[in-house]
Design a protein around this ligand. Structure first.
Ligand SMILES: Cc1ncc(COP(=O)(O)O)c(C=O)c1O
Length: 400
């Protein structure tokens, strides 16, 4: 499935002057990064360590071409060192970061992440453009940032924005067209411009696994945007995209075991519910708990037929919100599933994007293992279960 999705994005970007990246934050496993490298997909990394992971997986350092772009809201930890040592393209999200780069001794190419003033996330808390978004340099401040960069000996070679997928595909298309126009208008401010990134945000339909995104319409838009921007610049300008979720969302299933089924009764506070307790929690997949995301759930071996019941699927963590069946209002929403009993295995679908990548060590459980399935049926463990020793490893009693 991963290779199929990579193939779709390659086809989508099979146009002169259009390049695809993978926003690796969605799923940074080395095995996945190697598939991307093999397919000629470049990388969008968001931390110094993500850059190092991409290099470890075989992606090239340097800027000729800029295979790894480092998009940062804030430089922290090893970020500046990594930029200086490996020459990856810094894509900066606030004007003061130009000074930080300069103080660190950096001179050369930079990319500016712009907040275009519009955009729409899949939920409000994921909005990546507009006055309420923390991301990027406000579009009206781009000229000032250009002057600041020039004064510091840096050339702005890329303008970048990520406007989110929005709840509707039409809205995404409209916003991408609007973004390309905004960037075309900014071209005169940036004589060294080589590329424009229209970000990620190609949606995945979590509710309907068979639904197809009309990628042909996006391809047409990217082709037109490349021509429009090149015309505005008077030379060829590369158009980039950097989806994350689209490549990986459907490629991973979180498998969990039902440990018990219990009930609460209706009283003056609300309706009673059936709870299927499972051994996975938001430490393994946080999206439902964090923003009410919907994930398909099936019972292994009982995909069709049989008696059903509306159940709340809840995990082992000491948090009331450790529930996989939530909705946009972030409340529990019982799901009609085959009648469950202890021992049943549940498959929680579409866990490939922002799943393991966002997993945590809350409650000191340790991260779950990741298994890799090849089409011939062979399975490899690509990361093992984390142990208590792994969790304790970083603890010290060093005086500072
Ligand atoms: C800068 C940037 N690029 C790409 C992405 C990937 O978005 P998606 O996984 O929705 O394609 C994000 C997501 O937040 C982002 O912030």
């Amino acid at each position: 499935m991963l290779r199929e999705r990579i193939g779709e994005i390659r086809e989508l970007t099979d146009l002169p002057g259009v390049q695809a990246r993978f926003a690796m934050k969605a799923c940074p496993a080395t095995k996945v990064l190697r598939e991307m490298a093999g397919a000629g997909i470049w990388i969008d990394a968001v931390s110094g360590n993500e850059v190092l992971r991409a290099l470890h997986a075989g992606h090239a350092a340097g800027m000729e071409p800029p295979v790894i772009c480092f998009t940062a809201d804030v430089f922290r930890d090893n970020a500046l060192e990594v930029v200086l040592e490996y020459g990856v393209l810094p894509n900066i999200g606030s004007p003061g970061m130009i000074d930080e780069l300069a103080r660190a001794g950096y001179r050369g190419k930079v990319s500016l992440r712009i907040n275009p003033g519009f955009g729409h996330g899949h939920v409000n808390s994921c909005d990546t453009g507009g006055p309420s978004s923390k991301h990027g340099i406000w579009h009206a401040d781009a000229g000032e940032a250009a002057e600041r960069a020039a004064a510091a000996g840096m050339t702005v070679v890329m303008l970048h924005a990520h406007i989110g997928s929005g709840p509707q595909f039409e809205e995404l298309l409209e916003n991408l067209g609007r973004l390309a126009e905004l960037f075309a208008g900014m071209v005169p401010l940036f004589p060294g411009l080589e590329a424009v990134s229209l970000g990620g945000g190609i949606p995945h339909n979590y509710r309907d696994a068979g639904a197809k995104v009309p990628l042909g319409r996006l391809k047409e838009l990217f082709g037109k945007a490349q021509a429009r921007l090149s015309e505005a610049a008077g030379r060829a300008v590369r158009v980039e995209i950097e989806p994350g979720r689209y490549y990986v969302a459907p490629t991973c299933t979180l498998v969990t075991r039902v440990t018990d089924v219990k009930r609460t009764q209706t009283n003056e506070k609300g309706a009673g519910a059936v709870f299927a307790m499972v051994d996975a929690g938001f430490v393994d997949l946080v999206r439902p708990a964090m923003y009410g995301s919907w994930h398909g759930i099936s019972v292994v071996g009982r995909e069709s037929g049989g008696e059903t019941e509306a159940v709340v699927v809840a995990g082992p963590l000491c948090e009331s919100g450790d529930v996989f069946t939530r909705d946009d209002a972030e409340l529990i929403q019982p799901r009609e599933l085959p009648k469950l009993a202890a021992g049943d295995l549940l498959a929680i679908r579409d866990a490939g994007a922002y799943g393991y990548a966002m997993s945590s060590n809350y409650n000191s459980i340790g991260k779950a293992p990741q298994l890799w399935l090849e089409p011939d049926g062979s399975v490899t463990q690509i990361s093992r279960r984390e142990t208590l020793e792994d969790i304790l490893k970083a603890e010290t009693e060093e005086r500072v």
